[in-house]
Design a protein. Structure first.
Length: 384
C-alpha cells in the first residue's frame, strides 16, 4: 500500500469513489462536447452537486459532506483525469464558497451555501485587476457607501466562472476609507445582467475550453449593506485566506491531467504494434514511460503531503508552493511525452492528448506563476 493510500480514511475513499463515478459516468462522455462548444457546462456542474462533490468541506448543516481538504484533492484529481476544464470550474466555485463559510454571517451562510453545495448557484471570486494584479495597495475597484447601500464600480480580470456565476465575490476598496488601513473589503454581488451596470467580456484561451473567464466591469452596481462579507478592511485576508488550498488544488488538477495522459500512453504502448513488436518494447519509449511515471508519482506525493497538512490544520506555504509548481511541470512533461509515445497519431484532435497538453499549460501560470512559487520555496528554505 502506498503512503497516499495508507493515509486515507473510509470517508476519503467514499468521496474518491463518488468522484470517479462522476468523472466516468457524467464528465467523460461530455468532455469532448464541452471542448468543442466551449460553453459553461452548467448541467455537469449541477450533477456534481448531485454527487456531493461541490460541498466536500462544507458542514452537513449546510448540505455539505463535512469532510476535509484531502477529500477535496482526491475528488478534483479524479475529475481532472478526464476534464481539466470541469475540474478548474469546480475549483473556482469551491474557493468562492469557502470565504462565505469562513467569514459569512449566519444569514449569508443560509442564503448562499446550500444552493451552492447543490450546484443551483455558482460562485466566482473576483480579485485580480488589469493594472493591479492582486496587490491590495493598488486595487482600483471602489465600493462607495451611499446611506445603507454600496455602489460598486471597477474592472476585474481572470475570474473563474465570472459572467456565468450567480454570486460574484468582488474585492473592492470601501469609500470613504476607514480611519486606519486600506479599506479593501469583499462584497457579495448576486447575478446582474448586462445593461444593469455589469458587463462581461469573455476571453478565449488555448486550453481549458468550457472554463469561463474574462473581464468583468462594474459601473454603479448597487448592493445593500448585507452584501459586505466579514468586516471592512478584511478583504485581502479573506481573498488570500485559502491560497495554500488553492495552490495545492491546482496541483491536484495537474496530477489528474497527467494521469489521464499517462494512462493513454500506457494503453497505446502496449497495444500498438510496430516492426513486429509492441511500441512499449522499444527502449526509447520505455525511457519516456519511466520518466513520466516517476514525475507523476513525485508530484502526487507532494500534492497529498500538502493536502494532508492542510487537513490536519498545519498548512505550509512551502509545501503548497512545491506541490503547485512540481505538479504543473509534471503535467506539462507527461502530456507532452504522451503525445511523443503516440507519434503522429498523438498530434491528432480525435484523441484527448492535445486537449490534455493545452489544458496543462495554464497551471504553471495561474495561482501565482511557477517562478513565484520557486522564489517562495527558496525564501522559506533559506529563511529569507
Amino acid at each position: 500500500m502506498s503512503l497516499i493510500e495508507s493515509a486515507l480514511s473510509e470517508k476519503h475513499r467514499d468521496i474518491r469513489d463518488r468522484a470517479t463515478a462522476f468523472a466516468t459516468d457524467i464528465v467523460e462522455p461530455e468532455a469532448e462536447r464541452i471542448e468543442r462548444v466551449d460553453e459553461f457546462p452548467r448541467e455537469v456542474i449541477n450533477e456534481a452537486g448531485e454527487y456531493g462533490l461541490l460541498g466536500i468541506m462544507v458542514p452537513e448543516e449546510y448540505g455539505g459532506e463535512g469532510s476535509d481538504f484531502l477529500s477535496y484533492c482526491l475528488a478534483v484529481e479524479q475529475i481532472a483525469e478526464v476534464s481539466g476544464a470541469v475540474a478548474e470550474t469546480i475549483q473556482g466555485h469551491t474557493f468562492a464558497m469557502l470565504p462565505i463559510l469562513n467569514f459569512g454571517t449566519d444569514e449569508q451562510r443560509k442564503e448562499y451555501l446550500e444552493p451552492m453545495v447543490q450546484g443551483e448557484r455558482v460562485g466566482a471570486m473576483l480579485l485580480t485587476e488589469p493594472g493591479a494584479g492582486s496587490s491590495p495597495t493598488e486595487l482600483e475597484t471602489v465600493a462607495e457607501a451611499d446611506g445603507e447601500d454600496y455602489s460598486i464600480s471597477g474592472e476585474k480580470s481572470f475570474g473563474t466562472n465570472a459572467g456565468v456565476a450567480d454570486v460574484h465575490l468582488v474585492v473592492a476598496r470601501k469609500r470613504p476609507a476607514p480611519e486606519e488601513g486600506h479599506g479593501v473589503s469583499v462584497f457579495l454581488v448576486p447575478s446582474v445582467d448586462d445593461g444593469e451596470g455589469f458587463a462581461f467580456e469573455r476571453k478565449e484561451f488555448m486550453g481549458m475550453r468550457g472554463h469561463i473567464t474574462g473581464d468583468s466591469t462594474f459601473d454603479d452596481v448597487r448592493v445593500d449593506e448585507s452584501a459586505l462579507l466579514g468586516e471592512v478592511g478584511e478583504g485581502f485576508r479573506i481573498a488570500m485566506g485559502t491560497i495554500d488550498m488553492a495552490r495545492t488544488g491546482l496541483g491536484a488538477i495537474g496530477t489528474g491531467i497527467a494521469r489521464g495522459a499517462f494512462g493513454e500512453a500506457i494503453d497505446y504502448a502496449g497495444a500498438r504494434d510496430q516492426g513486429g513488436q509492441a511500441v512499449g518494447q522499444y527502449q526509447a519509449v520505455q525511457v519516456l514511460v519511466a520518466d513520466m511515471d516517476a514525475r507523476l508519482d513525485g508530484a502526487r506525493h507532494l500534492v497529498y503531503d500538502s493536502a494532508k497538512a492542510i487537513a490536519d490544520g498545519e498548512p505550509s506555504t512551502r509545501k503548497s508552493s512545491k506541490a503547485k509548481y512540481v505538479a504543473s511541470e509534471a503535467a506539462e512533461f507527461v502530456t507532452r511525452n504522451a503525445i511523443q509515445v503516440h507519434g503522429g497519431k498523438g498530434y491528432r484532435k480525435d484523441l484527448p492528448l492535445e486537449r490534455f497538453y493545452r489544458d496543462a499549460k495554464i497551471l504553471s501560470i495561474i495561482g501565482g506563476t511557477n517562478e513565484i512559487q520557486k522564489t517562495t520555496v527558496a525564501g522559506e528554505a533559506l529563511n529569507l
